[in-house]
Write a protein of this length. Structure first.
Length: 132
């Protein structure tokens, strides 16, 4: 049984690919909520990253109202728009974009260091190009 330290995993291709999967899921969460006319995640009242970030910033009363509205999104496009507006007002778009952008920059740096070649870094850039 082979064991790898957390630091070694972080600096390995497996670690990079794992985190790239996380970045991909975050983009999917944001795309579903903000770009789809009907959000599958909101329609199922799924607590995705943007919802959790906004929820974390809310007072207890605001959380109760938010949870009630989120339950209504299962059947209401109007309620989905209310949630979208609340998410936008919370600042979650800007803070999450910054977080994901920094994560992608770190992934590029680590991939380039592992590959030690410009070609590998360019390939990684192509893989994450959908990011921008």
């Amino acid at each position: 049984y082979f064991q790898i330290s957390r630091a070694d995993f972080h600096e390995s291709w497996d670690g990079i690919i794992t985190e790239l999967g996380v970045v991909s899921q975050l983009y999917n969460d944001f795309h579903d909520i903000f770009n789809a006319s009907w959000s599958v995640d909101l329609g199922n009242a799924i607590y995705t990253y943007p919802i959790i970030c906004a929820y974390h910033k809310m007072s207890n009363d605001a959380r109760c109202d938010f949870e009630l509205e989120l339950q209504r999104t299962k059947n209401s496009l109007e309620s989905q728009q209310v949630i979208r507006n609340k998410l936008k007002a919370s600042g979650v778009l800007k803070s999450s974009y910054l977080f994901v952008s920094l994560l992608v920059l770190d992934l590029k740096r680590r991939a380039a260091r592992l590959a030690q070649t410009k070609e590998a870094a360019t390939l990684f850039d192509k893989i994450v190009q959908w990011h921008s």
